[in-house]
Write a protein that binds this ligand. Sequence first.
Ligand code: ME8
Length: 550
Amino acid sequence: MKDTFFITTPIYYTNWVPHIGHAYSSIIADTIARHQKISGKQIKFSTWVDENSQKAVDAAEALWMETMPYLDMMADKHKAVWDWLNIKYTDFIRTTEQRHHNFVREVLQKSFDKWDIYEWEYEWMYCVWCEWFKKDEDLVYLNKTTNSTFPIDKKVVESDNIIKVCPDHLKTPDKIKEKNYFFKLSKYQEFLEEYYDENDEFVVPNERYNEVKAFVKRWLDDFSISRETNKFGIKLPFDETQVTYVWYDALFNYLTVCDRPHTNPLLSKQWRQDQNDMKFWPADLHVVAKDIIRFHAIYWPAMLKSAWYDLPKQILTTWYYTVEWQKISKTLWNAIDPVEFCKKYSKDLLTLYLLSSINIWQDWDFDLKQAILIYNAKLANNFGNLVNRVVVLALKIWHPQGVSLPNNVGVSLVGTLYTEIADKLDDYVYIYNHSAKEYNLKDTLDLSFKFLDDLNTFTTYKQPWQTIKDESLLQETRDVLYTIAEWLRQVWLNLYPFFPEKMWELFTKLGLEWYIDKLESWKLEELRKTKEVFNIKEKWEVLFSRFEVE
Ligand code: ME8
């Protein structure tokens, strides 16, 4: 029985198609899942769409559509994006699915029976755009003349010109007075504080964890879990006049995919039970951005505890990408479509830029020029040129006549390994494994490119393009080329989770087609330890074409 690894992305709202911000989280999750898989874990990777929201109902109305056909259309669009980007999820969930409704109702009932959910009539401010309640301290003042914002200050008097707004949407929240049900979060304050003390890596990076802890240390308010005015959503089992809405029905998607992978009543009960994936719970990693960390790190553990479930092991929090330093927003029309972007440039360019230009604990502005420069320097030059150089020289030395190669024969690249940079390779693999275990994707990529630098230095020092001209140095040249190829092979293995399509192409071109099966069946370590004979069948096109900065 293999160890399991369960990773999730947020489920995205469907009032919009995914943009590069969403792709950022999904590519991170996909890369981590692939790395875990080739390292020997049995993977469950869930993703997809959050549908029970007023935003979706409004978006459907704006298109003169009924809600469900609109949601079907948007779910298809989301899936098409992830499929096109080759995001290898194992589970996808729509929150309108019956299995999810049934499950959320059961969980709500459990917490209600435990007195963790209670009814209350109250008046509060509510931002429809965030779909969340706001307190004064969550808002900012907007000066309508200058269109500038500044913090809430008791001395400032509100007027027609100075109004309180949500800092993210610059809109005045609605005043709402209604009967709602509340979750007794305050009851779990002590539990959460103790849990954080005992689990010092529950939220990474640490800066975000400190914010979460500081927030909990103040005073936790109970939070509303239902609306009586919304008609679209999951009805509360104990009061069907109300529907639950974010976060109860959104967060429990992570458990629905484990507890209820199949709900088709036509399948036998036994068969459905056998398909139960509860062995994957608790989740190993939730990937989220800073906007929803509070819900994941505070509300979610309390809600799980209330319903007697184990808590997820870790939450990886990213910061935000902006476009021209503005929040990516439907109203600003500044979203970048990841598929269109990849069609114009390449998926490798997008992945490399998103994952290696910044650490996840920084906000960053999406900069096309920088993306192209990084790609040209790292993939086209540092990596691609070295690979092409080895292939061209190998064909020359092993097949000097230069005539076209007979079908399926090719030249075999084989020799004795130089040991000059063997230590560097050991260090590289050791630190790479460590960074990958900590989900530090930027470091794992940087390490690979650093090792490629070392390999380029070794190549320049050995000058195989010179020694190849000297008959007496033929064996030495062969060994140098073979050494570079072998060390490159180690880099390809490490880069496979990031650039799976390109690495697959490389393996195939080098007569290592069977590598993919081996990797998919958890044999990374085995492949690292072997020594290969490469079979080059023909001269290739360049691996990574360069792009011009526009
Ligand atoms: O919040 N930069 O859905 P959502 C980085 N349905 N990441 C970004 C980003 C950006 N500019 N924009 C979006 C919701 N993301 C809820 C989640 S989960 C139980 C419910 C990514 O469509 C990031 O992962 O607003 C962020 O947390 C998520 O998309 C928000 O997606």
